[in-house]
Structure formats: structure tokens, C-alpha cells
Ligand binder design. Structure first.
Ligand SMILES: C[S@@+](CC[C@H](N)C(=O)[O-])C[C@H]1O[C@@H](n2cnc3c(N)ncnc32)[C@H](O)[C@@H]1O
Length: 221
């Protein structure tokens, strides 16, 4: 089951109950003005860290986000970190980073399950990802590996408050999770809706385009 919401996530998160989802997995804006987008300005990233991140940590047991390297210093200290490693290529040859930080607020689920765990998620880079209608989609293979790492039970409900074109949602429902996605842009939301429906046409869903009636299908009710 999945639910897509067209809203400013700060407003949408504020009306969600405490700890109503297991895991937020999200790709926050990096603050690099990708494609000249205002939502990717450093000022907006500071605004989101101040107003959205506390709400994310309130509604989710565990919050997992890609921050980008430059913006990672703006975030409060995470509980633990993962690395997204995407190989060398030209970046390696010229000495630039070929990994990006993944910040996690909340406990690591794997040690208590006595499961093997690695802190490095290997995948292709953004530059090599499948193109979508979004200027910076994450690779689907990366999102699938990340969700498997931070939400090992398919009973876990996954929320992405910065859904973009819905890569987290496609990965989550392919892995059998329930998913809630929030996106402020109608165009990106429509792309996410199409991609998720193509990935699992059989999944029941709700399109709550005004965020008036968010249901929290928590696995703990
Ligand atoms: C880095 S992109 C996510 C891309 C996504 N991972 C994908 O694969 O398509 C961040 C998204 O956050 C959205 N966004 C920024 N501020 C927002 C807010 N306050 N509420 C909801 N969405 C927001 C932007 O419109 C953008 O689509």
C-alpha cells in the first residue's frame, strides 16, 4: 500500500502522530542550486534542517538522509553514518570525492537482529542513474540497497518527505514495504505517481493531493 501527498512536508509532517512510521528514507536537497532550482538553495536547506528535520525525527523511529558533502556540516550530529560509495571514474582520477554521506538519526536495526552489517552502500553515481523528469534522481539500485540496510523488515513503513520523482517509493514497494511520499512540486509528484504505479500496478494506493487526511499505516497499530 502507498500514499502520495502533494504538500510542503513541514506542514504535512506537523499533523502526523509521533513515531507513526518506522523509517524515513529521504534525499534532502543538497543546497547546490541544481538546475537553478530555488528548493535547492543553501537558505532552503537551512530552513528545512531547522523546521522539517525535528518533525521527521518526531514522526519516525529512524531518519535516514543523504545530505551531500557540503551541507553535512549544517546538520545536527547524527547517531551514526553510512557511506554511499559510487566508484572512481573521472571523479577518482581528479581526486574528488567518490562517496557521499548518509546521516542516520536513531538506532541501527541490524546488530539487535544479529545480522551482518556493512556501513558502505555501493552503487552507481547520480550521473549514471536512470533519467526521470527530475533534475537529480537517485539511482534505484542505491535506494533498494539503502532501504535493505536501514529497514530490514518488509513490515516497516517507509516515509519520504522529499520524494521528488519517487525513487525511494519505487524501491520501497518493490521490496514489499508500505510507503508514504510527500512532494511539494505537482510535476515531480505526477512523475512519482506514474513510476510507482508502473512498478507495482497491483498495489492499493491513495492520492491525498491536499494532505488533508494523512493516514499513518504504522506497522505497530
Ligand atoms: C533531491 S530531490 C529528491 C529526488 C528524488 N530522490 C528522486 O529520485 O527523484 C528533493 C526534492 O524535495 C522537494 N522539496 C524541497 N522542499 C520541500 C518541502 N518543503 N516539502 C516537500 N518537498 C520539498 C523538491 O521539490 C525536490 O523534488
Amino acid at each position: 500500500m502507498y500514499q502520495l501527498i502533494h504538500a510542503d512536508c513541514i506542514q504535512a509532517l506537523r499533523i502526523m502522530p509521533d513515531k507513526c512510521v518506522d523509517c524515513i528514507v529521504t534525499d534532502m536537497p543538497y543546497g547546490v542550486r541544481i538546475g537553478g532550482q530555488d528548493w535547492d538553495s543553501p537558505e532552503n536547506v537551512r530552513h528545512l534542517i531547522e523546521h522539517a528535520l525535528p518533525e521527521m525525527r518526531r514522526v519516525a523511529q529512524r531518519t535516514v538522509l543523504t545530505s551531500g558533502i557540503a551541507a553535512m556540516w549544517l546538520y545536527p550530529e547524527p547517531t551514526w553514518t553510512l557511506a554511499w560509495y559510487f566508484g572512481g571514474g573521472a571523479r577518482g582520477r581528479w581526486g574528488f570525492n567518490h562517496w557521499q554521506p548518509i546521516l542516520v538519526y536513531g538506532t541501527d536495526p541490524l546488530p539487535s537482529l544479529h545480522m551482518h552489517h556493512t556501513d558502505v552502500i555501493r552503487s552507481t553515481s547520480n550521473a549514471l542513474t536512470d533519467r526521470t523528469e527530475h533534475p537529480c534522481p537517485k539511482p534505484l539500485s542505491f535506494m533498494r540497497k539503502l532501504i535493505n540496510r536501514v529497514a530490514p523488515s518488509s513490515a516497516d513503513v517507509i516515509l519520504d518527505p522529499f520524494m521528488g520523482s519517487g525513487t525511494t517509493g519505487v524501491a520501497a514497494i518493490q521490496l514489499g514495504h508500505r510507503f508514504i511520499g510527500i512532494e511539494q512540486s505537482g510535476d515531480y509528484l505526477a512523475a512519482a505517481q506514474r513510476r510507482i504505479a508502473e512498478a507495482r500496478p497491483d498495489f492499493p494506493h491513495t492520492l491525498d493531493l491536499n494532505a488533508k487526511d494523512i493516514s499513518c499505516p504504522t506497522s505497530r497499530t
